[in-house]
Write a new protein. Structure first.
Length: 214
């Protein structure tokens, strides 16, 4: 009998919110800070461990997640870009999981349905050599991304704000993409306008809440 796969998650929460003009992950949304949506989605999908990579506000993240089974780690070099946070988070997963999700803390509408679909595709296709699974929104690859643990070492040489693009490009032949019709799932909250739009969608009286966001 096959052993169950161990799948963890890295939630990237160390951005500088330059387009928002203020720390966006602490903005209230539906009665809780914006960042908690991604964290709770990872936990709800049964991922362990769930690692939240913070910048200079790691202690605040610890206080705000004291009720959750998550691991908060600080990236002292967060100002160097997303690659530094990816490395910090992935190091926390190495040796503990068969694969890991990379989630963005500013995507509060990532649905359990999408997470379940990504896990399913990874489980089914890993024996065929698939090491990356990610969603495709109107032809554009997005997050979250599932990475096989065999790829973790390749993130150590990343620099700057490219995220993991060069690794994904290098292993593009081992990538499977899933077209996803619920486009709102992949929305990033980057600007005040994005925030206002998401607030409307998640309000109790909102009539335009996207499917799959609950």
């Amino acid at each position: 009998m096959d052993q169950p796969l161990r799948i963890g998650a890295v939630v990237l929460a160390a951005g500088m919110s330059t387009r928002m003009g203020r720390p966006k992950l602490w903005l209230p949304l539906g009665g809780k800070p914006l960042f908690r949506y991604s964290v709770e989605t990872a936990l709800g999908a049964g991922l362990q461990p769930v690692v939240v990579v913070a910048g200079g506000d790691a202690e605040r993240f610890r206080r705000e997640t004291a009720d959750l089974d998550v691991r908060i780690v600080e990236n002292p070099d967060f100002q160097k870009g997303m690659s530094s946070s990816l490395k910090v988070g992935i190091r926390q997963l190495q040796g503990q999981v068969d694969a890991g999700f990379i989630l963005l803390a500013d995507q509060p509408l990532v649905s359990r349905a999408l997470m379940k679909a990504l896990v399913h595709e990874y489980r089914v296709n890993r024996i065929r050599g698939v090491k990356i699974v990610r969603p495709l929104f109107q032809g554009v690859p997005g997050h979250p991304v599932v990475l096989d643990a065999a790829l973790f070492p390749f993130f150590e040489n990343l620099e700057g704000d490219e995220g993991g693009r060069s690794v994904l490009q290098r292993f593009r032949e081992a990538m499977k993409v899933i077209p996803w019709d619920d486009l709102w799932t992949g929305v990033d909250v980057d600007t005040p306008e994005d925030y206002e739009m998401i607030q409307e969608w998640l309000s109790p009286e909102g009539d335009n809440r996207p499917a799959g966001s609950s």
